[in-house]
Design a protein around this ligand. Structure first.
Ligand code: DP6
Length: 351
């Protein structure tokens, strides 16, 4: 499909008002998206697990008006910054939803996880909003099949935040064109198209909250710094190679290679940050200390505990459910000391 397939010239039935609701999970990338081109196209393909416990719930009330506006409430609190951001986003997607500026919107959104916890609220947030908007187009009479609607939700979510397009599906989700993944596209995400080994359907994600503050640098700025990055070309080639290998590993059920690739991806992401101009470091001393402990634990016990990192200091601890009884006590007794307020988020892949 091309961008043109999402442009709509439908004659909508502009009802006076209505209400739509949606829920969308956050996601954690195994192969990282870091670097992009206009309009929000990824420099390399990525794959993530959609999460089961970390999600956003959104309600949109809309009413016909001569003056388009958007008001966003986080929890019960009006948020001016988000209102402006979403207003701009709505206008930017008008070619795909031409009715959008005929209404005023009140958006209420809540996250199941703390706002500054380092869980990507933009992924689940834009996923939920895009889902609401496509439901709204259906409410106004547009008739498309479910499958097309899902693709359109992912396409629209991407335009809000790149990683959000992966949150539209559960399980393992791929965004970005890749030669070994049929149907993959830079415009939207698709569910991982191959049968995966059962062990990879049970992956637990326990998040060590090492730093709960707001990030010093936004992902958007970080992506931008990849434009003149000395290692950009190598990084994008490497990510493609890692995705090819991971694609095989996920089907075979090879946990060791899974862990090697996933940790290498996380460290490569942070290596890119550290070698950008200007350079920035999002890991904290506790992040490094915890990584060392994880490596020691693995060496001593041979349990399949691996980590990944987002654009922040927090550590996502990935392990199969069948080893939970041995691994979780280690996290809870020995790794929790590195978290800022002794806090963990217990999540898992959503299948
Ligand atoms: C490190 O999707 O937050 O989490 O497209 O500018 O909104 P924007 O960036 P965003 O970047 C996510 C970066 C990442 C890796 C990933 O999720 O693939």
């Amino acid at each position: 499909m091309t961008e043109k397939d999402f442009i709509s010239d439908y004659k909508y039935n502009l009802v006076d008002k209505g209400k739509i609701e949606s829920k969308c999970g956050s996601n954690i990338a195994l192969i990282k998206y870091w670097g992009k081109y206009y309009p929000q196209l990824p420099a390399n393909p990525s794959i993530s697990y959609t999460l089961s416990e970390s999600f956003t719930q959104t309600t949109i009330n809309f009413e016909k008006t001569a003056k388009f506006s958007v008001q966003v409430f986080l929890g019960k609190h009006f948020n001016e910054k988000f209102s402006k951001k979403i207003e701009k986003y709505f206008l930017s997607i008008k070619p795909y939803l031409p009715f959008i500026d005929k209404y005023k919107y009140i958006i209420n959104t809540t996250n199941s996880f703390p706002h500054s916890s380092g869980i990507a609220s933009s992924a689940s947030g834009f996923g939920a909003i895009a889902d609401c908007l496509v439901r709204m187009s259906t409410l106004l009479g547009e008739k498309n099949n479910e499958e097309f609607n899902k693709v359109k939700i992912s396409f629209l979510a991407r335009l809000g935040s790149g990683s959000a397009c992966r949150s539209v599906y559960k399980g393992l989700v791929v965004w970005g064109k890749h030669k070994t993944i049929p149907g993959s596209s830079d415009l939207y995400a698709i569910p991982f198209p191959f049968e995966i080994s059962p062990v990879f359907k049970t992956i637990q994600d326990t998040v060590l909250l090492i730093h709960e503050g707001v990030k010093e640098i936004s992902s958007t700025l970080g992506h931008d710094l990849m434009k003149d990055h000395p290692y950009a070309k190598t990084r994008f080639t490497e990510a493609r190679k890692n995705l090819s290998e991971l694609t095989m590993v996920l089907q075979k059920g090879d946990l060791e290679t899974f862990g090697r690739i996933v940790e290498h991806e996380a460290l490569s992401l942070h290596a890119m940050m550290m070698t950008s101009f200007p350079a920035f470091i999002l890991m904290k001393p506790e992040t490094l200390a915890a990584i060392k402990k994880i490596w020691e634990f693995r060496k001593d016990t041979r349990h399949h505990l691996y980590f990944t990192l987002d654009a922040g200091a927090n550590i996502h601890l990935l392990y199969p459910e069948e080893e939970k009884n041995e691994i979780f006590p280690f996290i809870n007794n020995e790794l929790i000391i590195y978290s800022e307020n002794n806090k963990l988020i217990k999540d898992k892949a959503y299948f």
